[in-house]
Design a protein around this ligand. Structure first.
Ligand SMILES: Nc1ncnc2c1ncn2[C@@H]1O[C@H](COP(=O)(O)OP(=O)(O)OP(=O)(O)O)[C@@H](O)[C@H]1O
Length: 229
């Protein structure tokens, strides 16, 4: 990865059972070396495919593990060094955002970006010398333009969006939870996940129907030197 502050990678999922039953054809091919995607319009042999270039390309047989190691690892590593980082999954319903971010437990190569980030952060904490850490997690949902705290005591309560001159935009009264290990982080993620607004769509039977933001706040303090990041 180079030094640009925003990277865009694309992931293509396999056709699902519904699409296969409908006789849908894959219209996308990728050149993984060049990070290029080609979209071919069906039944128009003469028309050249449309071509798009990204910072990373992941086709149907590539795993979240590969994607994390190449594209997310450097960003999370930056967080352990004191920088801010965001991984934002964007795509239409059923395209695989939850599969990539939350992931599945089996096979282990498809564990999600969020649990991998937990592991990454706690491994860095274990390796660090003369440093104390405070790790806190928050999880909010934006649904119908309303913000709700997925880990709050009242998950139905609407939170207000505020702006602080130094901290920037934030959700007032969003609860922050201290976590000590990967298992506690996973419990938070699963607890919040269960509180999300979920509904069936024609494209995805487990559609989340909302945007959600899981944040990990990391504070570091050099013991003896008192430097805080
Ligand atoms: N790379 C992949 N390999 C195999 N299956 C996948 C992959 N990506 C997604 N899927 C499957 O496709 C279906 C839809 O994925 P997912 O629920 O992650 O979509 P989404 O983008 O989060 O949808 P929504 O916005 O509606 O919540 C799920 O059954 C998921 O297991």
């Amino acid at each position: 990865m180079g030094s640009e502050s925003v990277k865009v990678v694309v992931r293509c999922r396999p056709l699902n059972d519904r699409e296969t039953a409908l006789g849908s054809k894959m219209v996308l091919t990728m050149d993984l070396q060049r990070c290029q995607c080609f979209i071919k319009k069906p039944m128009s042999a003469d028309e050249p495919p449309k071509q798009f270039t990204f910072d990373g390309t992941y086709f149907t047989d590539q795993t979240t593990e590969q994607m994390y190691n190449e594209s997310a690892y450097p960003l999370v590593e930056g967080v352990t060094e004191g920088y801010n980082g965001t991984i934002f999954a964007y795509g239409q319903t059923g395209s695989g955002k939850s599969f990539t971010m939350q992931g599945v437990t089996e096979p282990p190569t498809q564990r999600g970006v969020i649990p991998r980030a937990f592991e990454h952060i706690f491994e860095s904490i274990q390796c660090a010398e003369n440093t104390k850490f405070l790790v806190r997690a928050s999880y909010l949902e934006i649904y119908n333009e309303e913000i709700r705290d997925l880990l709050g005591s009242d998950t139905k309560q609407r939170l207000e969006l505020k702006e602080h001159p130094e901290r920037g935009v934030y959700a007032r009264d969003l609860s922050m939870h201290t976590v000590h290990n990967v298992a506690e982080c996973e419990t938070m993620m699963e607890r919040g996940w269960r509180n999300r607004a979920v509904a069936y769509t024609l494209m995805n039977k487990d559609s989340s129907r909302s945007h959600s933001i899981f944040s990990i706040h990391l504070e570091m303090c050099r013991t003896g030197q008192g430097i805080r990041m």
